[in-house]
Ligand binder design. Structure first.
Ligand code: SF4
Length: 593
């Protein structure tokens, strides 16, 4: 029997490699890797069409394109440096090979071709490659990436703490890290972060340009010297706010919150004091030449991004975006790799337009967006307000998502804020990849679902992104792996009941079926802290969970203690009564007092 209401597939890839499950397809467009759509959402009526141009339309002066091979021919004696130049000449670099290895749905040839078209970048400074950098790529054909910001401020933190935060953010899934230090020993901090990082490092060089000087005193020499210094340190991408032009500033007057980008506000002040065009815009080619020398990628900054919903998609933001399109073309003509930065604070309904407009104006150059936050009234929870917008942004066109932590707008993120931000953004990126039908993106979900259906808690937590935390939450109520958990209890556990209905075969996956039930291992130090922070269990109860002996943890081999496949219902109920209800009764009575 067919269902009249099946998913209206548009030819997208099956996000699972196994063709298993009830929704094997994706609603996204059919994949167009090698074309302007790559992995993309269907356009809502009224959206601007993708640009028909690519980086191939903006070759440097003196370059031609071979009709036979399709690759570029550079002037005699030219020595390629950047990944874009190598790709244009048809070369597959070791970095492209590594990207294809890390993203098996792409071949090295596809990676090269996408880079040559300007739709993908590998931010890999040649100096950082000599340290510990493990090359990765950002683009519509790749999986969605996330960035974590860190950096010392004048009032908080230091180099060691920031290096530790960098390692911590990589542990929690950051694909790149931006060092936004504005205080402490900025230079030493940047150096230490680059040397210790396996992921690309980005900076906003204007911050260090104004250390010890007023913004008014910024000159071209200072700009180029600072860029050269940071490039030689191995920074992989620079945010350059060259899109903020003098003519755009009049649009800012209509806004509720003006300019919220530090770089944007500094350059606006420079232009107003001097009555001149921005030096970043005027001397953009000189900046390109410094960046090309080390293959530092551009992250063309959105200095006029909206700082509140009321300012989203306004004249200032869109005028800057148009300029960013022009700068993308100019950077490509100098052989530089480019991604473009985007907003900020955007109502949910305007996100698709923002993504698709960038695709048009910037000819498919990867879009790197901050959030966007979809509401302004939840400070303290902006990792959530923004990851909702980030999911929509990634589905509609963003290639990298800059995380937002719970400390956004209110303070400098600490370790746990970094973790919360990274996790929120891994959720956004992964959810979008599944929806876009990126091959294999859903395999992880399907594996976890099988473990969940088999009520194999051990496998469940092994597969979970943060299994430590999930396990701690489980054990807070019940430290035995049973055929139910504290949510519904034995009699009401639908997964357990489904396992017993033979026709469903639910939870019968041989690979995940448990042959015995075991007690949870003793809580780790980290798990103890997690449960302490939650404040549900008393210190004594946490201590009890943390000090189990090996014998208890290993339990008996053979017949399970309480796994419903192996235990009589009466025994399961006794366990529930002894271990689970007891906690609930205590909580209820406490609440009644
Ligand atoms: S008790 Fe409820 S929440 Fe827990 S495993 Fe069973 S169905 Fe899922």
């Amino acid at each position: 029997m067919t269902n009249r209401w099946t998913l209206p597939l548009r030819g997208a890839h099956n996000p699972s490699t196994l063709k298993q499950g009830t929704t094997p397809g994706s609603f996204a467009n059919a994949p167009d890797v090698g074309g302007p759509l790559a992995f993309s959402s269907p356009d809502t009526p009224g959206m601007p069409a993708p640009s028909q141009k690519t980086a191939w339309d903006f070759l440097p002066e003196g370059w031609t394109r071979s009709k036979e091979t399709g690759f570029a021919i550079a002037p005699k004696g030219f020595v390629p440096i950047t990944q874009l130049e190598h790709a244009r000449l048809g070369t597959i670099t070791p970095q492209m090979l590594r990207v294809a290895e890390r993203e098996p749905h792409l071949t090295a040839e596809t990676v090269r071709d996408e880079i040559a078209a300007g739709r993908m970048i590998i931010p890999a400074n040649t100096v950082h490659l000599a340290h510990k950098l493990d090359p990765m790529a950002i683009g519509r054909a790749t999986r969605t990436k996330i960035n974590a910001n860190l950096g010392a401020s004048p009032v908080s933190s230091g180099t060691d703490e920031e290096v530790e935060k960098m390692r911590w953010s990589v542990k929690w899934g950051a694909d790149t890290v931006m060092d936004l230090s504005t205080g402490g020993d900025i230079d030493a901090c940047r150096d230490a972060i680059v040397k210790n990082s396996t992921v690309p490092i980005g900076t906003v060089p204007i911050y260090s340009m104004i250390i010890g000087r007023k913004i008014e005193d910024l000159t071209l020499d200072v700009i180029l010297e600072s860029l050269r210094h940071q490039a030689a340190q191995g920074v992989d991408y620079f945010t350059i706010h060259a899109g903020v032009r003098r003519a755009h500033l009049k649009f800012v007057q209509q806004r509720l919150i003006g300019i919220v980008s530090r770089g944007g506000s500094l350059l606006a002040k420079w232009m107003l004091v001097h009555g001149k065009e921005s030096p970043m815009y005027e001397h953009f080619e000189a900046i390109c030449d410094v960046m090309r020398e080390y293959d530092v990628s551009f992250s063309l900054g959105d200095g006029l991004r909206p700082g509140g919903l009321a300012d989203a998609t306004d004249a200032a933001q869109l005028a800057e975006l148009e300029t960013l399109g022009e700068l993308t073309e100019r950077a490509w003509r100098r052989g530089c790799q480019v991604m473009v930065e985007g907003p900020g604070h955007v109502p949910f309904d305007q996100i698709e337009l923002n993504m698709k407009l960038q695709r048009t104006l910037c000819h498919g150059a990867p879009f790197y967006v901050l959030g966007p936050l979809v509401t302004d009234v939840f400070p303290g929870y902006d990792h959530i307000t923004s990851c909702i917008g980030a999911t929509a942004a990634a589905y509609h066109g963003a290639s990298m998502l800059c995380y937002v932590t719970p400390k956004e707008h209110v303070g400098l993120p600490k370790k746990d804020d970094v973790k919360q931000g990274c996790i929120a953004y891994k959720i956004a990126a992964h959810a979008a990849d599944v929806a876009l039908g990126i091959p294999g993106a859903r395999d992880w979900d399907d594996e976890l679902t099988k473990a969940r259906a088999a009520l194999n808690w051990e496998k469940h937590f092994d597969l979970a992104f943060d299994g430590e935390y999930a396990r701690a939450l489980h054990d807070e109520d019940l430290d035995v792996d049973t055929d139910f958990c504290a949510m519904c209890g034995h009699d009401w556990c639908s997964v357990r009941i489904s396992k017993e209905i033979v026709e469903f075969t639910s939870g019968k996956d041989a690979e995940y079926a448990r042959d015995k039930a075991i007690k949870s291992a003793a809580l780790t130090e980290e798990q103890q802290q997690m449960l302490q922070a939650r404040g549900v269990l008393s210190p004594d109860e946490i201590h009890k969970l943390a000090s189990k002996t090996k014998k208890v943890v290993d339990a008996e081999v053979g017949k399970g203690l309480c796994h419903s496949d192996f235990v009589e219902p009466d025994t399961a109920k006794r366990i529930q009564k002894d271990r689970l209800v007891q906690i609930r009764v205590k909580d209820d009575s406490a609440a009644a007092e």
